[in-house]
Design a protein around this ligand. Sequence first.
Ligand code: DP6
Length: 420
Amino acid sequence: MASAEESKRWVRMMTAQTPTNIAVIKYWGKRDETLILPVNDSISVTLDPDHLCTTTTVAVSPSFEEDRMWLNGKEISLSGGRFQSCLREIRRRAGDVEDREKGLRIGKSDWEKLHLHIASFNNFPTAAGLASSAAGFACLVFALAKLMNAKEDQSQLSAIARQGSGSACRSLFGGFVKWIMGNDKDGSDSLAVQLAHDKHWDDLVIIIAVVSSRQKETSSTSGMRESVETSLLLQHRVKEVVPKRIVQMEEAIKNHDFASFAQLTCADSNQFHAVCLDTCPPIFYMNDTSHRIINCVEKWNRLEGTPQVAYTFDAGPNAVLISRDRKAAVQLLQRLLFYFPPNSDTDLNSYVIGDKSILKDAGLETTRDLEALPPPPEVKDAQKYKGDVSYFICTRPGRGPVMLSDESRALLDPETGFPK
Ligand code: DP6
């Protein structure tokens, strides 16, 4: 059998697919910037990778001269500290690999000398601001662990992905996930655990409104740094509010208690944005469209007497709306399309993407059907805001990372190890 150094010709590769996630109890603030250790626990829902995911192929070959990475077809630099931390930590845990088919053996110590090629692709626009770094770093770490035969469990891998981007640690699991902040100085106990699997609460339907925005938002990384330095509300949130909410949210998820789930989710999103306003200088992530969506949901929930939908917003204006069931999702979509119809040059089929069966249940097949939508009963003189939403994505809670064994889905050429 050829040793790693003997033949320069082989390429060994692995392809993985990893979901993105939306926090329902937010992570906002670090106690250690390099290790990415948070100031509070957080909880998220993993989104169905059929609609939002990252696919990553990682390859190793003695013919590679340096570590290189391509994102959505364009080469990007790996020199940043976060990439370097992930690569270093995963190399440190690499094991022996024997590939009988290719007739090669890579010893544990060879990984230090061998270089990697990485190609990554998001099935949604990176510019939409939908936590692409979370899925990206989770996928990188998951795929490399398989390539290098690192025998770590998912939680230990999550602690490596965390060093790429905090929220990435929660994308190592499907369903409902908690990132435990931990206590250790070295960060070894700051990791993600699964609270419930993706089929645990199958009724939930998620609609994301990708809101049109011209302004460049403050990055989460610098935004949370400024909040830690200046916001008194953040101190109160971390000490008094989040610890109780985490316990209540875990209970709500366990018991499928939508009323509590919705109340906690909305309150935590609103408090996170209040912390942003309490930061000096203040940070504005939501815009008028975001506020109109909140109003729409609040008024409807009030009319019904019990929550139908929960809303949550990350570091940008997009709304993530979690409906209690399909019926509520249909009614939500009807309301959203009433208030935010597409521009005249956009057809409904590209305006509502993902699980289109909800459109069908809503009796909406063409843009013309939208004109017949009645105004929601909870408002008088409802106004319309055409063009203020770029598009909607219909999705649901989803599974965690998977390996893709079908080589046709790999992003690197199996002969050369360069992008296809
Ligand atoms: C508002 O994980 O993007 O989405 O750790 O600096 O990379 P870094 O930040 P990031 O922050 C996410 C913040 C959030 C809330 C959340 O996902 O919990």
